[in-house]
Design a protein around this ligand. Sequence first.
Ligand SMILES: [Zn+2]
Length: 91
Amino acid sequence: MSPPRPKAGGGPKAGRRGAGRIHRDRPDPSDTPDSEVRFIQPFQATKTYLCPGCNRDITPGTGHMVVVPPDAPDLRRHWHRGCWNNRATRY
Ligand SMILES: [Zn+2]
């Protein structure tokens, strides 16, 4: 019942290593370059999130993206993988 949850407050550049499968997708130049984008594996998704791309739920067990703004790690957003990719090409 305790998924690996990075501690907020240290900032994304705290140099966390080996904290699991942090997968960095190719950064999109149109998005904030400093935002940290991670892929949440299906087994790591244990809660329901609201995707800002389509305003629908990301149900538990769904692999998705999480985007962490460098200045506000508490404001990280969870996206469907497809929504994130569409957003990247749309803007
Ligand atoms: Zn979505």
